[in-house]
Design a protein around this ligand. Structure first.
Ligand code: MN
Length: 736
């Protein structure tokens, strides 16, 4: 529903409000930039409404306002906040954003979109992992801050959501977002998130405590007034300019205390804290401010007794998120313990809005690390230039300097693997068997090859097949020592078994054919097969690359050369290998090589597995046979580049009586009967056979691999077409 004129006016008012509250927007240019973002967001969301019925754009404006006034961020963050739902909910893409607002805004908006997709998955059980993920996936802390603002506004307006959603969103908020806000030092937001969350997850207790707060308000205010009076006097007498006020603790923190100590509301002694916030003029150094904290503490102890076990010195040792303050607990009137928090105005601001609003990069201190520098560059740009030297980045350094990345399993568990690792490394890290049988992976629910490089925060599921064996190419992209060692081991074990098998076959053949091979014969054999060692011969034989019959023929041939001076071919063909007369003619690359049922001087390349009907060309070998490759086979391209004169055109006239093995991949949406329908289809095809089916489902998605024996490409294409018609199948492709 389009916006009414009234709504349009209201939206402009909200926008003006946002601009007024954004103290960091200083120049005309800043304002124009934010306006541009607002206009795009307004246009993109113009037909959308929130659950409450109000125009959708009200939400991004509110989020931007939180970002500007409650977190204190600058124009890029404000613009990104305005745009934060554009990519997720409308037709605009990250590329559009980049074109209009540059790469930085685009990457922030992309990060925000990515976080929401991850949050839609059920990962709330793995809170710590989850927070870790949020931390590591964002190169820019602003992404998380804007996300927090987004969540805060959603929590403030959660009333309009259906109840089951309220509960889910509220628990996620207290489990994930509130701790995250705390870690970033955004205490005001953390507290509000906790309270709002409790309001929905535990309304009874929430209402009870709120009611009691209210009932005791008058009495409490009087107590606070009496308590503050002598403090104010001693501060004035000593020339310390400060504000002293009582602050009610949050509903959530009171409730938490009641639970933890198992006490009723009435027994919670610290319903409030006193906060002393002293002036921090521009010429006051941070050290001076810290000193002042201690001075104030000592003045307080002239008035009230303090509890020696309850001093919290966040001045000497600030929290990793930048929080600085001195907390002491003193004995007030009526024998009540009262907590006093001592802070400078700047410390207070940081505690409320987070360090980002005050952060400043000090040149020289840690200017040497490129990773840290780029982070600093990102932040420096938008962060204010007011004084400050807090080591806010301490916590983040870990993630920047780390050589490890955090990968999530489908169940949400974390696996730490070295930076630069690929899918195959991860597979071997899980288990050797998983590695050995890995065929592909789903990275963030998208199909990905074993060679894909992984990044922190990726969720990876390895797809396996019992038929799969480690491949020598894997060594090209396996990074970890573990994966490499296991692949080599498996290849070796695999090879030596085949070598043994080949050796036995060879011995048997010698007896069968009554031939005895000496080392010279073996050398000839190696030359014919173009391999370097006898083991290579046995391996070819044992692994089935070299057919037993062909091997027998070759042995007979070599043996015949020992006695028959006629040479190689006469005996070869006499043995009936090429039984038609013209077949010992030299194959010329000038003539098209025709494959028909009589033609036997060819073999099919194992690199690209062509089948009749594919676009093919041939490569003429030294012993006058042709190896048939697909035209687009990379191996063929290499051969053609160096031995162009050996490439021959091929016409595949007909070639019956043989089936060819191909593998197809299927992807689709899982539903009952799908696998059955596919297998039924295959079994009904007269010209097709299958020896391996492998199906896996992942939530709604299923993937399958099928080994097929077909007579030609037409059989295969026909079958692929039919499988595509099966309800639920999305994609069918022939494996290369
Ligand atoms: Mn949003």
């Amino acid at each position: 529903m389009a916006l009414t004129a009234e709504e349009q006016v209201y939206i402009e008012q909200l926008y003006d409000d946002l601009i007024k509250s954004a103290k960091r927007l200083k120049t005309e240019e800043d304002i124009a930039f934010v306006r541009k973002a607002f206009e795009l967001a307004n246009k993109a969301h113009s037909k959308m409404r929130r659950k409450s019925g109000e125009p959708y754009i009200i939400h991004p404006i509110a989020v931007a306002k939180i970002v500007a006034s409650e977190i204190g961020l600058g124009r890029k963050s404000i613009a990104s906040a305005l745009l934060h739902d554009v990519v997720e909910d409308t037709d605009y893409t990250v590329a559009d954003i980049e074109r209009m607002f540059g790469p930085k805004i685009a990457s922030i908006v992309e990060g925000l979109t990515k976080i929401s997709t991850i949050l839609d998955q059920d990962a709330s059980k793995q809170i710590e992992n989850f927070r870790k993920m949020l931390m590591t996936m964002s190169e820019d802390i602003r992404v998380i801050m804007i996300k927090l603002a987004d969540r805060l506004h959603n929590m403030r307006t959660l009333d309009s959501m259906p109840e089951y959603k309220q509960i889910k969103i509220a628990s996620e908020t207290s489990n994930v977002y509130a701790p995250l806000a705390e870690r970033l030092g955004l205490y005001a937001i953390k507290t509000e998130l906790e309270d709002l969350s409790m309001k929905f997850t535990n309304p009874t207790a929430y209402n009870e405590i709120t009611k009691k707060f209210h009932e005791t308000e008058e009495e409490r205010n009087k107590y606070i007034k009496d308590f503050i009076k002598p403090l104010k006097k001693i501060m004035d007498d000593n020339g310390i300019e400060c504000k002293i006020k009582g602050r009610l603790k949050s509903v959530y923190s009171i409730w938490h205390k009641m639970q933890k100590q198992n006490i009723p509301f009435e027994d919670v002694y610290d319903l409030f804290a006193i906060r002393i916030i002293f002036n921090h003029p521009d010429d006051m150094t941070d050290d001076k401010a810290r000193e002042t904290c201690y001075r104030i503490m000592s003045l307080i102890t002239n008035v009230y007794e303090y509890h020696p076990g309850r001093i919290r010195d966040w001045v000497k040792k600030p929290k990793p998120n930048g929080y600085e303050a001195l907390h002491i607990t003193v004995m007030g009137p009526q024998g009540k313990w009262v907590e006093i928090q001592i802070r400078s105005r700047k410390m207070d601001d940081i505690a409320e809005k987070g360090i980002a609003s005050h952060w400043k990069y000090k040149t020289g201190e840690k200017g040497n690390n490129p990773g840290l520098n780029s982070l600093i560059e990102n932040m420096k740009e938008t962060l204010s230039n007011t004084e400050g030297s807090f080591d806010f980045l301490d916590d983040f350094k870990l993630d920047i300097f780390t050589k490890e990345i955090h990968i999530f399993t489908p169940k949400g568990e974390i696996v730490d693997i070295p930076k630069g690792s690929t899918v195959i490394d991860f597979a071997y890290d899980i288990h050797t068997d998983v590695g050995n049988h890995a065929i592909a992976a789903k990275v963030n629910h998208k199909m990905a090859p074993l060679s894909q490089v992984l990044y922190s925060g990726d969720q990876v599921e390895i797809l396996t097949s019992k038929k799969q064996m480690p491949k020598i190419e894997w060594l090209n992209f396996a990074m970890s020592a573990k994966a490499k060692a296991q692949i080599k081991k498996a290849l070796k074990a695999d090879k030596s078994a085949d070598i043994d098998k080949g050796k036995r076959m060879f011995e048997k053949k010698q007896k069968e054919l009554n031939i005895s091979f000496d080392f010279k014969d073996m050398r000839k054999m190696r030359e014919k097969l173009e391999v370097g060692s006898d083991d290579d011969i046995f391996f070819m034989l044992g692994s089935g690359q070299l057919k037993e019959n062909d091997f027998s023929e070759l042995m007979t041939l070599i043996d015949s050369q020992k006695t028959n001076k006629d040479g190689f071919f006469s005996k070869f063909w006499k043995l009936g290998i090429g039984d038609s007369d013209n077949k010992n003619e030299k194959i010329s690359h000038k003539n098209t090589f025709v494959i028909n049922d009589d033609e036997k001087r060819f073999s099919l390349a194992t690199c690209c597995n062509p089948i009749p009907g594919d676009e093919v060309v041939g490569y003429i070998t030294l012993n006058n046979t042709v190896i048939v490759h697909k035209k687009d086979c990379p191996e063929l391209k290499t051969l053609a580049a160096t031995h162009g004169e050996k490439i021959v055109a091929i016409e595949w006239e007909s070639y019956k009586g043989k089936s060819y093995e191909v593998q197809i991949d299927i992807e689709g949406v899982d539903h009952l009967g799908l696998v059955y329908n596919i297998t039924k289809l295959i079994s009904q095809e007269a010209n097709v056979n299958s020896n391996m089916l492998h199906f896996e489902t992942h939530g709604e998605i299923f993937t399958g691999k099928i080994n097929l024996f077909v007579q030609n490409k037409f059989n295969l294409d026909d079958l692929i077409r039919k499988i595509l018609e099966v309800d639920g199948v999305i994609k069918v492709s022939r494996c290369e």
